[in-house]
Design a protein around this ligand. Structure first.
Ligand code: HT7
Ligand code: ZN
Length: 884
């Protein structure tokens, strides 16, 4: 597979001014006529390359005449050489949506027709210069049979529609904004809309629609509310207004990712729209709010200003993730009320950072490590990664921290002033931030070019006589593929110093005239720097990287006692959580290395103090009292050995469940949420902590706990509690777990999204009962369930994804059965949907961390996949890089 280099970027010699598309839609034979008004860029020479994939070319005419010699076929599609500097190119292609299992381009789902064009799907619909720097105005005419496709949608405004003979109808859509082809969309399906009309900041009336399958309108309300909130937030926070008369969200059941920000016509995986209290959990409600907002925010950060080339993907994704994180934090804070606001924000921040650490830090230390702006790729679909999205957002967040909210806003204003309507680069974004704030950001740009998670090593020295505390911070970034050497970065380190009484000290840095705030942001720019704090009367405990001020790994020598102290006293909730996680990690890894060791008493005491502190927000306690994820722990274990790690985790869970059974039962009772379900952070926090209590109690085999789990499962009126009860039963040796699973399946047999949870729960189950059969057997059996389809990405992610990624001890069974199963599934999936196959394939990329025996088994299967016939470039890149 050829490698594409960032340095190879060349502007196109042609502009496409307008695109007229005419679709004769049919599930098996759709005829697409495209009319492109092309103009040669003054002074440029060369042909116009047209990308095309899996297309039947019916005709191609240039200015009305057969193309003849002026057209030739290339590896990527076609190349045309018009005889003059302006040309109208008319291309007719035929495609078969029903046969398109890749879910890229035009495809069929549940009788409807949908498109997905990012990143390179438009070329599967018609021949086109399918690159994001080609921005054109689109007019789209859709024609289809009325009975099968009663709703016809595309980008922009509906300018005409009507009936045609033979029970057919048509609609014409015009998008007033020039856009790249990846933002094109159409939908032809049987759908119903929830509608709301709102007034924008400047007083324009706009129509918002959420289109769902008939019968699902009662699940669209939360998405609609989220959309209205997002629209208001962007007006208030950045002065950005909706620029269209109509904004549509459409739900589809088969979708490779979460959602897509097509201009004015967002297409969503059903999972990120549909929610009713009895079918969706608090986490689902939260996910919907953030994804709806994310896609809406793309209208400015992505659509109005887009990427020059796909290497700049983080320009829109990192920035938009940062925006959706800020939005969700503001929504949670508003709902929580003034008193609980800070805690609500911290909970969101911890959740985001936990995600970054689990997915991105892991990616950064493996064979696919890349900078947030990669230098090369084989398949762009493999680069919609945690690095581009989550680390990209963290890099934007650091700019926000360094420039302040006001400075950041000034930078955003300048960015839009300069670049509205353009396709630009990450340098353009940072230049706007730098220029608006008169700040040199040259060194900061290294965050865009260096891969790997930087390590910050901290040590402190207190000089009692001088009443001075010197904090030494040193940074280095480990080598990553293709990048052996790294330079120092600009790292904002938010610091507090905790006094022996547990209270923060006011901070006076050397050179300051007076003490100021209790948290200061230090800028670490050298390989090593010393920061001196004055007037420090007793040896303080440093609290570093408060609020997770940078996406780095912090190394600091801390005794168990000091971790317990920070768990109890750190004024920064993020660091309090971090202290609990570090302590738990230390204990679990020690137990995994020494099977007969006891769970240390001091650790249990620290845990007990956390549970006993009634002043803490339940949502925070639920996060702090959750053990570090297994994937993260494997990342920290050398060599990674899933079986003893699982055994250690079980022992710690049992110990915490047993030792604190009374506290857990007390919490469970005290935090019961009465009244009808509402998606609200206070209620969600109580439910999360009660569900966690059930998990610990069930792990310990506590009878009271198991009874409560069963009752909660049976009688709960909302999915968060019902599923929480079921999960506790399944994650225990309870004899009623199987009946509960059957019962749940019967209750929700026709609800695809709820069944996704049912699949995932079983695939991710631990074997608390040693006599139970391996989980792999169950996963195989579940593949035969009538609800499971390998062609539906949600099903693949819930069953296979939960097993490959979420159940390491079972997946990495010593006999290699899990690995052989992985290879079979990757090969089968790849033949249908390379994007999904490749995402699943990535579950083995960090195989070199495992024990020698596991490595041998995994290598065999990686090679088996690498050598399979007809492998896609997507999977070839992943296994190829893994095997280097
Ligand atoms: N910008 C969207 C990315 C996306 C996508 C990419 C590749 C293949 C399928 C896809 N579906 C959606 C989603 C987003 O980040 O908003
Ligand atoms: Zn996005």
């Amino acid at each position: 597979t050829p490698t594409i280099l960032r340095s190879d970027y060349r502007p196109l010699a042609w502009r496409v001014e307008s695109v007229e598309l005419d679709f004769r839609l049919d599930a098996e034979q759709t005829l697409v006529t495209s009319r492109l008004a092309c103009v040669r860029v003054p002074g440029a020479s060369g042909p116009l390359p047209l990308d095309g994939e899996d297309l039947e070319l019916v005709s191609l005419r240039i200015d009305g005449a057969e193309a003849g010699e002026c057209m030739r076929r290339t590896e990527r599609g076609l190349e045309v050489t018009p005889g003059s500097d302006t040309a109208t190119i008319e291309i007719v292609t035929r495609v078969n949506p029903a046969a398109n299992t890749t879910l890229s381009g035009l495809y069929a789902s549940k009788g409807g027709l949908f498109t997905q064009c990012e990143a390179e799907g438009f070329r599967r619909i018609t021949y086109f210069p399918d690159r994001p720097d080609v921005m054109a105005r689109y007019t789209v005419r859709l024609e289809a049979e009325q009975a099968s496709f009663p709703v016809l949608l595309s980008n922009g405004n509906l300018v005409d529609s009507g009936e045609l003979p033979g029970d057919r109808h048509y609609a014409v859509w015009e998008d007033p904004f020039p856009k790249p082809s990846y933002l094109f969309a159409l939908v032809a399906a049987d759908l119903e809309a929830m509608e709301r009309s709102v007034e924008t900041l400047s007083g324009r009336e706009v129509l918002l629609q959420v289109w769902v399958e008939p019968g699902n309108l009662d699940r669209a309300g939360h998405a609609m509310d989220s959309l209205v909130n997002a629209l208001r937030w962007d007006e208030e926070t950045f002065g950005l207004e909706l620029d269209l008369d109509r904004f549509m969200i459409v739900v589809v059941a088969d979708f490779n990712m979460g959602a897509m920000e097509n201009k004015g016509l967002n297409i969503f995986n059903a999972r990120f729209v549909l929610a009713r209290p009895d079918t969706a959990t608090d986490a689902d409600f939260e996910g919907i709010e953030s994804v709806v907002a994310h896609e809406y925010f793309h209208n400015w950060t992505g659509n109005r200003v887009t990427c020059r080339d796909w290497f700049q993907l983080t320009l829109k994704e990192g920035l938009t993730v940062f925006r959706d994180q800020q939005f969700s934090a503001d929504m949670l804070a508003r709902a929580a009320g003034a008193e609980r606001e800070a805690s609500a924000r911290a909970v969101k921040r911890i959740d985001d950072f936990r995600g970054l650490r689990a997915a991105q830090f892991t990616e950064d230390s493996g064979p696919m490590a890349h900078p947030i702006r990669p230098d090369s790729y084989q398949e762009i679909n493999n680069f919609y990664t945690a690095t581009v999205y989550e680390k990209g957002a963290a890099v934007i967040r650091m700019q926000h921290t360094l420039l302040g909210a006001e400075g950041f806003r000034k930078g955003m204003n300048l960015y839009f002033e300069r670049h509205d309507g353009q396709a630009v680069t990450c340098d353009d974004f940072v230049a706007a931030m730098a220029d608006a704030n008169d700040r040199d950001m040259t060194q900061f740009m290294r965050w865009y070019s260096q891969a790997g998670t930087p390590v910050v090593r901290a040590s402190g020295q207190w000089d009692a006589d001088a009443r001075r505390y010197t904090l030494t911070l040193a940074q280095h970034t480990p080598p990553t593929p293709g990048q052996p050497e790294k330079l120092p970065l600009v790292i904002p380190v938010a610091v507090g110093l905790i006094g022996p009484d547990g209270n923060d000290l006011p901070l006076r840095l050397e050179g300051d005239s007076a003490a100021g705030a209790t948290t200061r942001v230090l800028e670490l720019v050298e390989a090593e720097q010393h920061f001196v704090f004055e007037d420090v009367d007793a040896e303080p405990v440093p609290s570093l990287l408060r609020g997770f001020s940078a996406p780095v790994l912090l190394e600091i020598d801390e005794s168990d006692a000091r971790l317990a102290f920070r768990m109890a006293h750190d004024a920064d909730p993020c660091n309090r959580w971090d202290a609990a996680q570090r302590y738990a990690e230390r204990v679990i890894l020690a137990l995994a290395a020494k099977a007969d060791a006891d769970v240390p008493e001091a650790f249990l005491d620290a845990w007990g103090a956390l549970l006993a502190d009634e002043s803490l927000d339940p949502a925070f306690v639920a996060l702090a009292a959750t053990l570090p994820g297994e994937g993260w722990l494997l990342e920290r274990m050398r060599p990674a050995d899933p079986a003893p790690l699982r055994a250690a985790l079980m022992r710690v869970m049992r110990a915490i469940g047993e030792r604190f059974a009374d506290q857990w039962l007390g919490l469970y009772q005290r935090l019961e949420v009465r009244g009808p379900y509402r998606y609200h952070p206070a209620d969600a926090g109580c439910r999360a902590l009660r569900n966690l209590a059930l998990r610990y109690l069930a792990a310990a085999g506590n009878e009271d706990g198991l009874n409560r789990a069963e009752t909660q499962f049976e009688y709960a009126e909302n999915m968060t509690e019902q599923f929480g009860g079921l999960a506790a039963l399944v994650h225990s040796a309870s004899p009623v777990a199987e009946d509960a699973l059957d019962n749940f399946h019967t209750r929700f047999s026709s609800d695809a999204l709820v069944l996704d949870k049912w699949f995932a729960l079983q695939a991710g189950a631990w074997r608390w009962d040693e006599a139970a059969p391996p989980v792999l057997e169950r996963v195989k059996a579940l593949m035969d369930d009538p609800a499971f389809k390998l062609t539906n990405p949600n099903k693949v992610y819930s069953l296979l994804g939960a097993f490959f990624r979420g159940n390491p001890a079972e997946f990495h069974a010593a006999d290699g059965s899990g690995h052989a199963f992985w290879a079979e599934q990757i090969i089968a999936l790849d033949a249908m949907n390379p994007q999904v196959a490749s995402r699943m394939a990535r579950s083995l990329e960090n195989w070199r961390r495992y024990t020698p025996a596991l490595q041998t088994s995994i290598r065999t299967q990686l090679e088996r996949v690498r050598d399979a016939d007809g492998l896609s470039p997507d999977v070839a890149e992943v296994v190829g890089k893994a095997l280097v």
